[in-house]
Design a binder for this molecule. Structure first.
Ligand SMILES: *Cc1c(COP(=O)(O)O)cnc(C)c1O
Length: 426
């Protein structure tokens, strides 16, 4: 077969290729389901662009204050329609996902208010935003308190303790959709809806924010369609489609998003300022491609889970589980395996392919961390990337791939590297 020789020419052992094809044979039905979701989301995104009459004028750059920025105002209408919300804030001035979440939280929490996470510990970077770990300018410093209810050991919501934790100070609830780099399960939109319904019955006035990072377009619906008052994420993950070079979004109720606008720029100015500096075309085009890009990344994750399970490694989620985000964890059981895996991913990157990733002492971590990424946009994790802490169980977290083919090549390259080093037998 021609494909096989292309792979062999590219340095992949024929045995590794055959192994991959054997795994892929059983994944056709699952892949069809992913394509169907991508199709539904493509229709959704296209409809939002048509209904809002997107045209070439939207791509023009503005500078300075950015008054009357047509493209910026319209991309926010498009996002609001895609996420089925009243309003949206979609800006290159939001520097990353953590910043978007910080704006959403600090705009809507005032001194004396309390924030509750009913799904356990939030993403690492939010610990300092909230003040779980002492930090300058945290919400805690501004007099906002925090409570947390962990998931039950089986991953269920601890309804009894959630009810107990909601009190007269509880102003906002934060729900993280993706497991991020934890071992808990990722929450489906359906489960998020059930949790929100429970919470709103106890306290209807509470504001529910969902950290939507890595979850966009994985399912047909978004959390904002099942009761979330705000959904928040990064444009260098799923919704930027790999093209947005920076940015974040907050979609939700108008009065909440308004406040986010004032927090991001200044009271009195809000969403009326903020020049788009010529990135608008990438925001529109990236969003347009996002359903397909997410589908490719998901297929890659499922291929990896099935391949590595077959090789005897534990995968989270496993090869058969439903997917609610694009992250795949593989427990490689040794440092050598992690190094080989990451070297394989890196060597298959379009950028920096000649680099060998090595573990380093990353600030904030209690062990060394290894990272493989060769991305067009620095740190973009919708592009193929892998990382993990060098400690038991030696798990790599693997995500992204701008195309399914690239995700597949990356995984075969990782397996190939492990095979060449005698770490696996085929
Ligand atoms: C990536 C991520 C964030 C933070 O995003 P950054 O862009 O890295 O600041 C927050 N929450 C979750 C679940 C994420 O995956």
């Amino acid at each position: 077969m021609e494909t096989k020789y292309s792979y062999i020419n590219a340095g992949i052992d024929g045995k590794v290729f055959d192994f991959g094809e054997e795994i892929l044979k059983d994944l056709k039905t699952g892949f069809e389901k992913i394509d169907e979701i991508a199709e539904i989301n493509q229709i959704k995104v296209l409809a939002a662009m048509r209904n809002n009459r997107v045209d070439a004028a939207c791509f023009a750059a503005t500078t300075g204050y950015g008054y009357n920025d047509l493209g910026r105002d319209k991309i926010e209408k498009v996002y609001a329609e895609v996420f089925r919300t009243e309003a949206a804030l979609v800006r290159p001035q939001i520097v990353c996902g953590t910043h978007a979440l910080t704006v959403a939280l600090s705009a809507n929490l005032l001194p004396g208010d309390e924030l509750l996470s009913p799904v356990g510990k939030p993403y690492d970077t939010l610990e300092e935003v909230i003040g779980i770990r002492p930090s300058k300018c945290s919400l805690k410093e501004y007099g906002v308190s925090y409570r947390q209810v962990d998931l039950l050991p089986n991953g269920d919501f601890d309804y009894k303790n959630i009810e107990k934790a909601i009190n007269e100070k509880t102003k906002m609830i934060t729900i993280q959709r993706s497991k991020g780099y934890q071992t808990r399960p990722t929450l489906s939109v359906k489960r998020i809806g059930e949790l929100i319904a429970f919470i709103k019955k106890i306290k209807p006035s509470v504001i529910v924010m969902v950290d939507n990072c890595y979850g966009e377009f994985v399912e047909e619906k978004e959390p904002s369609e099942v009761g979330a008052d705000m959904v928040v994420g990064s444009l260098i993950k799923n919704p930027g489609g790999g093209l947005a070079p920076i940015g974040g979004y907050i979609c939700g109720k108008k009065e909440l998003v308004d406040r986010c606008g004032y927090r991001l720029s200044a009271p009195g100015l809000g969403q009326e300022v903020g020049a788009s500096l010529g990135v608008m075309q990438s925001f529109y085009q990236g969003l347009f491609l996002a359903p397909t890009v997410v589908a490719g990344a998901l297929k890659g994750a499922i291929f990896a889970a099935n391949a590595f399970e077959k090789l005897g490694y534990k995968c989270v989620p496993n090869g058969n589980e439903e997917r609610y985000d694009i992250i795949q964890a593989v427990e490689l059981k040794s440092e050598e395996a992690m190094l080989a895996f990451c070297k394989g991913i890196q060597s298959a990157a379009p950028v920096d392919s000649y680099v060998t990733p090595i573990p380093w002492d990353m600030p904030g971590y209690d062990s060394q961390v290894i990272m493989a990424a060769g991305a067009f946009v620095q740190g973009s994790s919708i592009e193929l990337s892998a990382d993990g802490p060098i400690k038991e169980p030696y798990a790599v977290f693997f995500q992204g791939g701008l195309t399914y083919y690239h995700a597949k090549i990356g995984i075969l390259s990782a397996i190939n590297e492990m095979y060449k080093n005698g770490l696996i037998s085929l």
